[in-house]
Design a protein around this ligand. Structure first.
Ligand SMILES: [Zn+2]
Length: 493
């Protein structure tokens, strides 16, 4: 009997605003779509958090015994710079600035995205379709929407007619907005605007002569609007209505709202049964943004090469840090939080490694079966990974007590504990224990800390030749010391 038959999974559905029991459309199968990255720059750590939340959800659904088709797209065209209608295509802009072919930009940052996700131990999605690979499908949907009277063509562009749609459907139901309020709060259209209403959004944009990314269409050369690709690809691979659609909270409006409108306009039904939104990652209490410098790349965490860090952190430590918050909560990244996560992660791994050598007795002081169900209860409650982790540490406490001879465990319970811990830690949370990686990193950190201390003592004794030698020879090995007001930190380049 598959696990999903005995475990009742509840999911917070953004469309309904409450948790509800999960019933897939086809028993035993789940279709899940997650909006992927726009590949015009290195993947942002905040985006990694979103994708990691859905990786954990994908892993748990698979663990429950579902056959999951997980589709996560690559946006390689159509996402405009200001997320509105009059910006430039993000990829085309980058290509123009760096004098590259647009597909060179796409290739470079797709590789970066995959490389970072692999380091974080992500499972690959079942299908990873691209927007440029689905231009024909997008054109077909536009024809369908035009045919139903929910869009209009003007000067080679096609816009979705939100006001007409709202007469028979409800635009704004996902984000809880009302069209009247949106109309009242937006600027008037200017003379250059082609749209009938500011809320209307582009399904197809005419390409100006200088525009490098362009495709032929019944309305002339152009490119698709950003929202359309997700409707085209989710429908193609998952059907007109599918189970789960995920993405970052920031995509709820307008992107996901527009996806709903497009699908309802063309197929006459709601595309998604459960909408899931992951919350953002902040850094030192502030929003992460390139413009303010309050920003960090995933690669900088692995090397320690960023001013907010005192040392490098292994990908699994960062993953463990992210899993310690519920996916719908804001999570704040800081050096202290990573140091604390590293301690916790090591404690968990040490306890796991003790299991084999743990002595067994006649009876158990630890009710492993009840504990295991508590772990499932946490995950069944909208994938509550922080509660799961609290339960894992309950097991860590028992393991240590058994090791010290203060508690005992029967042989069959020990096997059950080992099996369950393995499933929750590695299979579901996706943590990794790389022999010769985490432990070696920890040892290396210890050695570098020792050298930093010796250098400090040498400087206090005015023995600058020794202190310089330590710094220079470490630099030759690729370990860079940085002196700051709070002491010396290091990065491994
Ligand atoms: Zn999308």
């Amino acid at each position: 009997m598959p696990l999903f038959e005995s475990q009742e999974l509840k999911i917070y559905n953004s469309l309904k605003g409450h948790k509800e029991t999960f019933y897939p459309i086809n028993e035993g199968h789940v279709g899940m779509y997650v909006c992927g990255p726009t590949v015009y720059s290195n993947v942002h750590l905040g985006n990694c958090r979103t994708f990691m939340s859905f990786d954990m959800i994908f892993r748990y659904l698979k663990h429950l015994g579902y056959k999951v088709r997980y589709v996560r797209n690559i946006t390689d065209a159509g996402h405009l710079v200001d997320d509105a209608e009059d910006g430039e295509d993000k990829i085309a802009k980058k290509a123009r600035l760096e004098k590259l072919e647009p597909m060179e930009v796409v290739q470079r940052y797709t590789l970066d995205f995959h490389n970072i996700l692999e380091k974080f131990n992500f499972l690959p999605p079942s299908i990873e379709p691209t927007a440029t690979g689905h231009i024909i499908e997008q054109i077909e949907i536009i024809k369908e929407i035009l045919g139903k009277g929910f869009a209009y063509e003007i000067n080679g562009s096609v816009y979705f007619d939100v006001a007409t749609f709202n007469e028979t459907n409800e635009y704004g139901k996902l984000s809880g907005r009302k069209l009247e309020d949106m109309v009242a709060n937006t600027r008037e259209l200017t003379a250059q605007d082609e749209k009938r209403n500011p809320q209307d959004f582009a399904l197809w944009k005419k390409a100006e002569p200088q525009h490098i990314m362009r495709w032929p269409s019944p309305w002339g050369d152009g490119f698709p609007g950003w929202h359309l690709e997700c409707t085209a690809m989710s429908t193609k691979y998952l059907g007109e209505t599918f189970d789960i659609h995920g993405g970052g909270m920031d995509l709820k409006f307008p992107h996901h709202e527009c996806e709903i409108a497009q699908a309802e306009a063309s197929y006459g039904k709601s595309p998604v049964n459960y909408w899931l939104h992951a919350n953002m990652l902040t850094m030192n209490g502030k929003k992460m943004a390139k413009s303010t410098g309050n920003n960090i790349l995933p690669g900088e965490i692995f090397t320690g090469d960023n001013d907010i860090l005192s040392k490098p952190f292994a990908p699994s430590v960062v993953r463990f840090f992210m899993m310690q918050a519920h996916y719908t909560s804001i999570l704040d990244l800081s050096n202290d939080a990573l140091l604390a996560s590293e301690k916790g992660f090591n404690r968990l791994m040490e306890a796991y490694n003790l299991l084999d050598s743990l002595p067994t007795g006649k009876q158990s002081d630890f009710d492993v079966k009840a504990w295991k169900q508590k772990c499932y209860d946490a995950m069944n409650d909208d994938f509550n990974s922080p509660i799961l982790i609290a339960n894992l540490f309950d097991a860590v406490r028992h393991i240590n007590l058994i090791k010290e001879g203060k508690e005992s465990i029967a042989n069959e319970d020990k096997d059950l504990l080992a099996e369950a811990l393995h499933a929750f830690v590695f299979e579901i949370l996706g943590l990794e224990q790389k022999v010769g990686n985490n432990q070696d990193t920890e040892k290396l950190s210890g050695v570098v800390e020792l050298l930093i201390q010796l250098r400090k003592e040498a400087r206090e004794n005015r023995d600058f030749s020794t202190s310089d030698k330590i710094r220079d020879q470490l630099a030759e090995l690729g370990i860079q010391l940085k002196d700051g007001k709070d002491g010396t930190t290091f990065s491994i380049l």
